[in-house]
Design a protein around this ligand. Structure first.
Ligand SMILES: N[C@H](CCC[C@H](N)C(=O)O)C(=O)O
Length: 323
């Protein structure tokens, strides 16, 4: 099958966006899994951290379904939602829309550029729950806020929350690359403890309202950034009274930076995630679903200006981490 693809990223967490609103495709559920596995494969001509299917919706301007490279579907994707926000607002000629996701219809809005020539969008990350059953995390304790989970680590403590995809957050004085493989071990725990898997992040405080986050993502592996993980991390630093509620938190990552603001609405938390939505290239690919083989059908249209502008934002962010 021939598929029009838009390669895009949020904080260099990169995705293939496929527009099903046009009605050009009639993908089955099996097709979507096969497309995710084939197009995300870094050994293919495409390669990505995930696939974003943009579909019509009966309850919002559009619907987003996000699949990891292993074919699993995620409840939420923060960096991907910003890319979908840009795509749908531009398609409809609006500055703000609502996007239907598996567990919530989320408002997304175009914002002023947060860095020179960087298209910037803000999305709601919700619903948020600290109930272990919402991940699910099989545990005797209902809430884990800086709690030990001995089977995972003898010395680190964890905060467990869903936004609504599952996250384990551990705050450390400093993140060292040699410790990143440990994140993978935790993420790939036996399904006894975490039946639906989990995204696992280190959080390093960088001073007031600034943090550095590294994440091993469920269904993907170590990525430059994970939008839901950065949001969950920012909220965690508020819960443990390291940063302030209702105040912007600058979250630096290997792919750049985002700005998260944790808000409380009654008993519920909502996290505002603001960051880039950068287009990399457009292309048409031919996918043989049976074999998974992907061929490019025509030259890619590169968004060179955007990629050049984003490189500057990314190097600025790396300087902030080493400061
Ligand atoms: N791997 C995640 C989904 C993608 C989330 C990440 N790319 C983001 O930006 O939030 C999961 O399975 O929950």
């Amino acid at each position: 099958m021939n598929i029009e693809i838009l390669k895009c990223h949020g904080s260099n967490n990169d995705f293939v966006l496929i527009d099903e609103m046009t009605g050009a495709y009639a993908f089955s559920e099996e097709d979507r899994v096969a497309i995710a596995k084939s197009l995300c494969d870094r050994n293919s001509i495409v390669g990505a951290d995930g696939i974003l299917f943009v579909l019509p919706s009966d309850v919002a301007e559009a619907q987003m379904r996000m699949f990891n490279p292993d074919g699993s579907e995620a409840e939420m994707c923060g960096n991907g939602l910003r890319c979908v926000a840009r795509y749908v607002t531009e398609k409809l000629g609006k500055d703000e829309v609502v996007i239907e996701t598996p567990e919530a219809n989320l408002p997304v809005v175009k914002k002023e550029e947060m860095y020179e020539d960087i298209p910037s969008f803000e999305v709601n990350i919700e619903p948020v729950s600290f109930d272990a059953a919402s991940l699910p995390l099989k545990s005797a304790h209902q809430i884990h806020i800086e709690q030990p989970i001995p089977v995972l680590s003898k010395d680190l403590t964890f905060t467990a929350l869903s936004v609504p995809n599952p996250h384990l957050i551990t705050v450390v004085p400093e993140i060292h690359d040699e410790n990143l493989s440990w994140l993978g071990k935790v993420a790939n725990q036996d399904k006894e403890l975490l039946p639906n898997g989990v995204n696992v992040s280190y959080v390093q405080p960088l001073g007031d309202q600034k943090i550095f986050v590294r994440t091993y993502e469920r269904g993907v592996g170590l990525t430059n950034a994970c939008g839901t993980a950065m949001s969950a991390s920012a909220l965690t630093t508020v819960i443990v009274e390291m940063n302030q509620l209702n105040e912007e938190i600058f979250v630096f990552n290997r792919g750049g930076f985002v700005i998260c603001t944790a808000l409380k609405d009654g008993d519920d938390y909502v996290i505002k995630l603001r960051g880039n939505a950068t287009y990399v290239y457009q292309s048409t690919v031919q996918l043989d679903v049976a074999s998974g083989e992907v061929k490019e059908m025509k030259d890619r249209t590169l968004f060179e200006m955007e990629n050049h502008a984003y490189a500057k934002m990314q190097s600025y962010a790396q300087e902030q981490i080493t400061l």
